[in-house]
Ligand binder design. Structure first.
Ligand code: SF4
Length: 468
């Protein structure tokens, strides 16, 4: 009997993927990679640029004007964008942000902070930050403008930054930094399969070889950094499980992770115990993220609960060894790279299908790969998880990354588990839809999606729930 043709999308050839592992998996403060990590990096970058100005210019500096636009203006208060930019300007990089630092800044909005520019100092407060119009006419929805001005308000240095999702930052006139090129170039899953067939490498080996070629990092350094990423993920699960009380913000959402875990342990059936724990792990990280705690973007802050929940469960409950976990994480990165390259991973760009949907797809790939499945099965697992998130909107209630985000992370983790199960139990060649097709559908759906459903808090659940 002839085998059914796989449903391949018509994708014009694009430049190969050059995203690196540690651009993608970033440790930083929640609750939103676009709204916290990206803006914090912008503040930090602007600080460095100011410090590089000549003495004659710095001597005239009197103030810094900060204008948040688009979705940063619409939901920036709930997401803590103002505190993130301020922390960046005060010299904090996301990877060095201590848990609680942003909430400490938010607790004193009128407090003035001295910003050192070599021997000069100017003062800055949260109250100086302007939430501008919710216009979407800039090249990217998450836009912020920073200006160093003199006493007359004349600009000495102006920058327009774009927080393009997953904590990635660009600016007006940005060009990609110089780096090496992948030794096994691919821009789609189909091309990735071609490279795997040509080289005979496993998926995780290929990702490693490309990483070294692009960054110049030797393998032991990559492994050490991957371990740091995994440790940061495990820490975020543990911190979330032991925290209690209400999350910050008007909705007054209770932290549930610890209670969910206790009740999961007492379930009479094994399957309920496992799935209940997976829920609790995902809640733990998503709640940490909502509280502004330190998490890992995977692919974003809003969706940061899915991957650690699976990783923690694979280690604690499924007894999968460290090496297989690391290899699974590398395989998951390939899925995240493909989604970012061909569609998008920011809620403001494509809705939540690009955040929790992609996280779930990555998680399914990680589990399937760690259990020793072929690249075809890994692709199918990723495809199933993504396909059943297509069309998912981004509609955070009150602009806080809490409702529906926290539960959505748990549901995304469970869907990832089921997608990996489905893919490993079916005949791989009978699976019709390709990952490329699902990613393409996500991109198209995201582009057609009304801006109301893309992280502006102006549609969906965000307006269906009475004032909270
Ligand atoms: S709804 Fe999804 S995309 Fe939107 S903020 Fe929440 S987790 Fe992020």
């Amino acid at each position: 009997m002839s085998q059914p043709a796989r449903l391949q999308p018509l994708i014009p050839r694009r430049p190969p993927i050059e995203t690196t592992l540690f651009d993608f998996f970033k440790v930083g403060p929640g609750p939103s990679s676009s709204h916290t990590i990206g803006p914090m990096k912008a503040g930090n970058d602007f600080l460095e640029r100011c410090r590089a100005l000549p003495d004659a210019t710095l001597a005239r500096a009197a103030a810094i004007h900060i204008l948040l636009l688009g979705s940063l203006s619409a939901t920036g208060r709930g997401h803590g964008t103002d505190t993130a930019v301020l922390a960046g300007l005060l010299g904090t990089a996301p990877e060095h942000c201590q848990p609680g630092m942003l909430s400490a800044l938010a607790a004193h909005p009128e407090a003035r902070h001295g910003l050192r520019l070599r021997q000069w100092e100017i003062s800055l407060s949260l109250a100086d930050i302007t939430f501008g119009p919710v216009l979407h006419d800039a090249p990217f929805s998450n836009t912020l403008r920073l200006a160093l001005v003199d006493a007359q308000g004349q600009p000495l240095l102006e920058m327009e930054y774009y927080s393009v999702g997953g904590g990635f930052l660009q600016w007006k006139g940005w060009t990609p930094p110089e780096h090496g090129h992948p030794v096994h170039p691919y821009g789609t899953m189909r091309e990735l399969h071609e490279q795997l067939d040509r080289t005979g490498l496993t998926l995780h080996e290929l990702i490693l070889e490309n990483e070294t070629a692009i960054t110049g990092m030797p393998r032991p350094r990559i492994f050490a950094q991957l371990e740091d990423i995994m440790d940061a993920m495990y820490d975020s699960v543990r911190r979330g499980l032991s925290a209690s009380g209400r999350l910050p913000g008007k909705p007054g959402v209770w932290r549930k992770a610890g209670g969910l875990l206790e009740r999961a342990k007492n379930q009479p059936y094994l399957v309920d115990r496992f799935l209940g724990k997976l829920n609790a792990y995902a809640f733990a990280v998503a709640e940490e993220n909502a509280a502004g705690g330190v998490i890992v973007t995977a692919p974003t802050c809003g969706a940061a609960g899915v991957m650690p929940a699976l990783l923690y469960a694979m280690r604690q409950d499924l007894n999968i060894g460290e090496r297989a976990l690391r290899e699974g994480l590398l395989a998951s990165a390939a899925v995240g790279f493909l989604a970012k390259h061909n569609a998008g991973i920011a809620g403001a760009e494509v809705g939540c299908q690009g955040e929790v949907g992609v996280a779930s797809s990555m998680g399914a790939a990680m589990l399937a790969h760690a259990r020793g499945n072929t690249a075809r099965v890994v692709e199918n697992a990723a495809e199933v998880a993504l396909e059943h998130h297509l069309g998912l909107t981004c509609d955070p209630v009150g602009g806080y990354v809490q409702v529906p985000c926290i539960e959505r992370n748990a549901v995304g983790a469970i869907k990832a588990y089921n997608a990996a199960l489905l893919a490993t139990c079916e005949e791989a060649h009978q699976h019709l839809v390709t990952l490329d097709a699902a990613i393409r559908a996500m991109g198209e759906t995201g582009r057609e999606m009304s801006v109301k459903f893309k992280e502006t808090g102006e549609g969906g659940l965000a307006v269906s729930i009475v004032e909270c």
